[in-house]
Design a protein around this ligand. Structure first.
Ligand SMILES: Cc1ncc(COP(=O)(O)O)c(C=O)c1O
Length: 403
């Protein structure tokens, strides 16, 4: 099939719920991907943060092939050697005390489990999330997600969810009530515009939750696995939550969700109260073992810290050059550049110029490259962005106004 035939068929046969770019990707290697016509792109999206180890990492490919020939599926109603190996590797890197996990298939599912866990352990219904937060689109996770364009078509959602202004300890204190089971936040808000809370916020939040006797749940679906320059983002502030939601890159690109919690909290869920057919499948766990090995052996968190600083400094220089750039922010290789207008045109022009970039809301460009990206590749992304921003600024200054 050629490009047009593939696009037409996918549009016809698949639910039209994704804002698609007109590109058919068929191959990847490291931070590069190629389309069906052989055109090369630098991937600053990592498939929304999944391909954090780069595309087609040989150790992931090898682990998947080896396990596929041995045992692909094994319901968690039976024990499995590779599942245990994965759980041991996982809990050897999770923050101290978070050592019992439920394995699922996606970020939203990891949040669903955290919500049920909080209600069960605490015996109370209320979950407090923040305005601008994103936790996925299944009904429970959606009830914690803020954006009304995701929520409104599906009302009523799960009751007893409350949203407070982000990064605001006083508002959080006022919101916590007798009914509150848990506070659920992303340590750095991704979809909400790559927003890093001020220093002191997370420490204060931990203290507040302890004082009020409510659980602290971190949704690290986007911020973990070295992405922000630490294995887990909460390490930047030395804070350990009671429950943590993980997903995207943990199985080297295969679908996975993980809810990891303190032992006594996770043990409040009894046999039959939560499950999924694919929980901890050997194939996914084999990929997960290889992914954790690569993360640790290739020191990718440290690499994200160093390269992220370089990338952010260079983006800040572009901010100084172009009036259309309002702010640059982020941690490690999770970076955002806020423009003074809609970013869609910039994303499409970058795509034409061979660079894939994400949005994070209407006005923020989001960079989530694989952590194996090379410095010269970052320079390539920057030079394309420089060119595109210059064109945009010229077009805007000769016509539309910049607010
Ligand atoms: C912080 C956060 N939580 C949850 C999710 C939902 O994950 P999934 O799309 O795998 O359901 C996402 C997805 O981007 C996310 O960024």
């Amino acid at each position: 099939m050629n490009e047009k035939e593939i696009i037409d068929a996918e549009n016809r046969l698949m639910a039209n719920v994704f804002a698609k770019k007109p590109v058919v990707l068929t191959k990847g290697k490291g931070a590069l991907v190629w389309d069906v016509n052989g055109k090369e792109y630098l991937d600053c999206t990592s498939s929304y943060g999944v391909a954090l180890l780069g595309h087609a990492h040989p150790k992931i490919a090898e682990a998947v092939c080896r396990q596929a020939e041995k045992l692909i599926s094994c319901h968690a109603g039976f024990y499995n050697d590779v599942r245990v190996e994965f759980l041991q590797k996982l809990t050897s890197i999770t923050p101290k005390g978070l050592d019992k996990a439920f394995l699922s298939n996606s970020g939203a599912e990891s949040v669903e489990c955290a919500i049920k866990l909080a209600r069960k352990f605490m015996g109370k219904p209320e979950i407090i999330a923040v305005m601008g937060g994103f936790h996925g689109k299944t009904m429970g996770a959606l009830s914690a997600t803020w954006d009304k364009k995701y929520r409104e078509p599906f009302l009523p959602l799960v009751p007893e969810f409350k949203h407070v202004p982000p990064d605001n300890l006083e508002k959080m204190r006022e919101a916590i009530s007798e009914k509150t089971a848990a506070v659920l936040v992303e340590p750095v808000r991704g979809e909400g515009g790559v927003r890093v809370p001020p220093d002191g916020f997370h420490k204060g939040l931990r203290e507040l939750c302890d004082e009020k006797g409510v659980l602290l749940i971190y949704d690290e679906v986007q911020t973990s696995f070295g992405r922000t320059g630490k294995l887990f983002c909460c390490e930047h502030w030395g804070v350990v939550p009671d429950v943590m939601c993980l997903a995207k890159p943990f199985a080297g690109g295969l679908p996975i969700g993980i809810t990891v919690a303190k032992e006594n909290i996770m043990s409040s869920l009894k046999v039959g109260e939560h499950s999924t057919t694919f929980s901890g499948s050997p194939l996914v766990c084999a990929a997960g073992c290889a992914a954790i090995d690569v993360l640790v052996e290739e020191k990718l968190a440290e690499r994200a810290a160093v390269l992220g600083k370089y990338f952010k400094d260079q983006l800040t220089q572009l901010q100084a050059k172009y009036r259309v750039v309002k702010e640059v922010r982020g941690l490690g290789l999770m970076l955002g550049m806020e423009l003074r207008y809609d970013v869609l045109n910039v994303i499409l022009k970058a795509l034409d110029n061979g660079v894939l970039v994400l949005d994070a809301g209407r006005t923020v460009l989001r960079f989530l490259p694989p952590l194996v990206i090379e410095k010269v590749q970052i320079d390539r992304a920057l030079s394309v962005l420089d060119k595109v921003l210059e064109e945009e600024e010229n077009t805007r200054s000769s016509g539309a106004s910049v607010n």
